[in-house]
Write a protein that binds this ligand. Sequence first.
Ligand code: SF4
Ligand code: URA
Length: 247
Amino acid sequence: MDKRDKIEKFFFLKEIGVNMLSPEEAEKMRRVLLIKPPSERFKKEEENKQKEVLSSGLSLKEKFLSEIEKEIAQCKKCPLFSTRKNYVFGEGSMDAEIMFIGEAPGEEEDNQGRPFVGKAGKKLTEMIKAMGFEREDVFIANIVKCRPPGNATPTPQIRRTCFPYLQKQIAIIKPKVLIALGNVAAQTLLDTKETITRLRGKFGKYQGIPVMPTYHPSYVIRNYTVAVRKAVWEDLKKVLALLNENR
Ligand code: SF4
Ligand code: URA
């Protein structure tokens, strides 16, 4: 008999007016009854957390995200903490259906502490608007939260070190789809060494969430050809089709 069975038997016997436990058995039962099954304890903790959060006026998502932001603000897990002016947490809607994932902050992002606010950001904003959204409707973040000096491509070691922050952001926001902008985002999210030219245009998966890899806006700026622009638009349209399918 497991704990639950014992508890059930106890109450059943009590209900029908039978109280036939020996003192030893009663003591055992008391101990059993004092300890709630883990699922119930967990539910209680969650309820309390909800209440606490609601009374402070923050939603659970806000609370969890702000906890991650605090961690990033204090993070010294890789050398980039010592050269950054600002960390770049990311911004947008906590309930976003789409998350755009870039590589790492550049100079302007480092200055402002906001993602994609430089030249590449302008291009990304155009992409978002072309899809019929505003920046506030989606969530924009990077694999790496601090700027690599000289905008160097972050090393695999740094990507690995910083990625858990994004993983938590994704787990909290729970978007319907991720758009991986460029090599670093696509390779990190899809855990592959394939390059973006091969990956783009085909949905991959990260933790069960569809990932559409496409060219990084900086790449689009540097290679402003009809072919590249068309490719990106094709990729974004696939994302829109996916969202429409599931409505
Ligand atoms: Fe920490 Fe990421 Fe910044 Fe490195 S880049 S210091 S891991 S937050
Ligand atoms: N490039 C990125 O990958 N991310 C930014 O936030 C800005 C430029």
